[in-house]
Design a protein around this ligand. Structure first.
Ligand code: NDP
Length: 327
């Protein structure tokens, strides 16, 4: 049986031990579609998985990698045939089911989304789970209805979700305020369309239950005190799409923004997002994120370089999106 390159996590002393090795199809889980993986990406959750800091990996041996794009090589499903371009994000892949950091993956057909017209596999992974989540956040805000006269805040703006959210919101004509702890990324964020740069420290101190009404809406990737401050400063009738915990999983807030300002807290999950919404989000990504916009946020690395980058993303030192060349 032909072998292929795979980054495999084994369990050693309760921690994952990650190494490049060769697997065969017999090592892959039992799905109905096999994919030649061309591109994967590095997300915050992958950083947690590769370093063993977040107990993300639930099975061993396992190929981590929560997303990938590539071409179908074998299919028992009527929905896909060899040669089809596909994207996978979420569904526990790269957590309890072998994922994208290998030249081949076998998954359930219902988890796959066809590559939309106009989007290549590399572009799809330049978006990846983070960018897809950014689009879900934008859709959540749109569904709620946002006052276009006010600023929309993005926290963790220089990260993966943040960078794509800034670009999407700016493209849609919103005035985007980008909060970052890296002032040296101000020019980068302005190049993505941010009008205003907000120092992360302004939001990371405990705030009063309500502060002056500034944000028409927000995409929050940070959580913790930052999310509480964002809620406190959201204007009457505004909404905050909360998708991340880069700064903490707690929410030291009060009910005041909800009961006195009619503020809505919109939860955003990408892992179990239903298929129709996935397809809608990917179709919009293909239309609204031109290739040059993605190039500006993307760094390319190899599978060999990947383990070294895992710590960097947890330290908040990775800018924008990192695509991983698999084949
Ligand atoms: P990144 O590491 O690329 O971005 C996170 C950004 O948050 C950093 O770049 C940094 O931005 C900021 N940050 C980091 N640490 C802190 C801190 N201690 N306090 C305040 N800000 C901080 O990660 P991703 O964009 O891939 O993911 C962002 C978050 O969203 C993660 O928590 C991730 O788990 C979550 N996520 C959730 C998904 C879902 O389905 N709900 C899907 C994808 C991601 P800056 O330097 O600009 O301040």
């Amino acid at each position: 049986m032909e072998s292929f390159k795979a980054l495999v996590a084994e369990q050693a002393d309760g921690k994952p031990k990650i190494g490049l090795t060769r697997w065969t199809d017999a090592d892959l889980p039992d799905g109905d579609v096999t994919v030649a993986v061309e591109w994967s990406s590095l997300n915050y959750k992958d950083g947690l998985a590769l370093t063993g800091k977040g107990r993300i990996l639930r099975k061993f041996p396992m190929v981590p990698g929560i997303d990938f794009a590539g071409t179908v090589t074998e299919s028992k499903s009527p929905d896909f045939k060899p040669g089809d371009g596909v994207i996978l994000t979420g569904w526990g892949v790269g957590e309890s089911w072998s994922g994208g950091f290998a030249e081949r993956a076998r998954v359930k057909s219902e988890w796959l989304v066809p590559l939309p017209d106009g989007l290549g596999a590399r572009q799809a992974m330049a978006v990846g789970t983070a960018g897809f989540t950014a689009m879900l956040c934008v859709m959540a805000l749109e569904g709620h209805g946002i006052d276009r006269e006010r600023e929309i805040l993005v926290t963790g703006a220089a990260g993966g979700v943040g960078s794509v959210a800034v670009r999407l919101l700016a493209n849609l004509g919103y005035t985007v305020a980008a909060s970052t702890g890296r002032p040296e990324q101000a020019d980068y964020l302005k190049s993505l369309g941010a009008s205003v740069i907000v120092d992360r420290n302004e939001l990371s101190q405990p705030s009063k239950p309500l502060t002056s009404e500034r944000w028409g809406g927000a995409v929050d990737t940070v959580g913790g005190v930052t999310l509480a401050s964002v809620l406190a400063g959201t204007a009457y009738g505004g909404a905050v799409a909360a998708c991340g915990l880069a700064g903490g999983a707690d929410l030291p807030s009060t009910v005041m923004p909800f009961i006195l300002r009619n503020v809505a807290l919109l939860g955003v999950d990408s892992v179990n997002c239903p298929k129709p919404r996935r397809q809608e989000a990917w179709a919009r990504i293909a239309k609204e994120l031109p290739a040059e916009a993605l190039d500006a946020v993307t760094t390319e690395i190899t599978l060999e370089e990947l383990p070294g980058k895992a710590e960097d993303i947890l330290k908040g030192q990775v800018r924008g999106r990192t695509v991983v060349r698999i084949a």
